[in-house]
Design a protein around this ligand. Structure first.
Ligand code: IMP
Length: 198
């Protein structure tokens, strides 16, 4: 089944391909005239609201190009740092762009380093909407480590989960197949697959 993923983030695209391909989906970036369609990033307090808005804008775009029966995936995610009241949260992409991982480490100072990645995904199967969400708890380390992944991966170590551990390595220091064992995005996409299959 062809599945369009409306994202400009190649890291997210790679993770979605990894999660969906084993179930027979051909995941491709949703492009119009060769470009990621421009959508309005809504000013919302929650990832769920942003994901809902992205999906309804995406379905309108599918209709506009006469492909409303195609499948479409959208996702919104972010890093939530406990001692910073959940910052950068829904502003994660903007904050990364402005101050980077270095800026986050400066702001953290000696604060307690508990944090989580969170994701909210929406899937239009051509007829109806499926929802999934996921949380990956972990810790912010005190230096930037690793070249894998994207975004805040080099400063985040996931908590051990279902018997898996990165042994203190950041998501930037492990392959995608390891990140997948803990990933908020994988959990959100698994939720969607479960809903779709039922
Ligand atoms: P958005 O979902 O496009 O608003 O962007 C979410 C932002 O959160 C990304 O640009 C990353 O900076 C960050 N983020 C979300 N998921 C991850 C992840 O799995 N690893 C690292 N950073 C992430």
């Amino acid at each position: 089944m062809q599945l369009w993923f409306m994202t400009g983030n190649k890291g997210k695209l790679l993770e979605a391909k990894h999660a969906f391909s084993p179930f027979g989906f051909n995941v491709e970036q949703f492009l119009i005239d060769g470009k990621v369609p421009e959508i309005i990033e809504p000013q919302c307090d929650t990832l769920d609201e942003v994901a809902d808005s992205k999906l309804s804008q995406g379905i309108k775009l599918l209709k506009k190009i006469g492909r409303e029966n195609d499948a479409l995936l959208v996702e919104d995610s972010g890093l939530f740092i406990d001692s910073l009241g959940g910052f950068p949260g829904v502003y994660s992409a903007y904050v990364l762009d402005k101050i980077g991982c270095e800026g986050i480490l400066k702001i953290m100072g000696k604060n307690i380093r508990k944090a989580s990645f969170q994701a909210s995904a929406r899937f239009w199967d051509g007829q109806k909407v499926h929802k999934g969400s996921g949380i990956c708890p972990g810790t912010i380390v005190d230096s930037i480590r690793g070249n894998f992944g994207f975004g805040y991966d080099p400063i985040f170590v996931p908590s051990d989960y279902l018997g898996f551990s990165t042994e203190g390595l950041t998501f930037g220091e492990v392959e995608i197949s390891i990140k997948e064992k803990f990933s908020h995005r994988k959990k959100a996409l698994d939720g969607i697959l479960l809903s779709f299959k039922n």
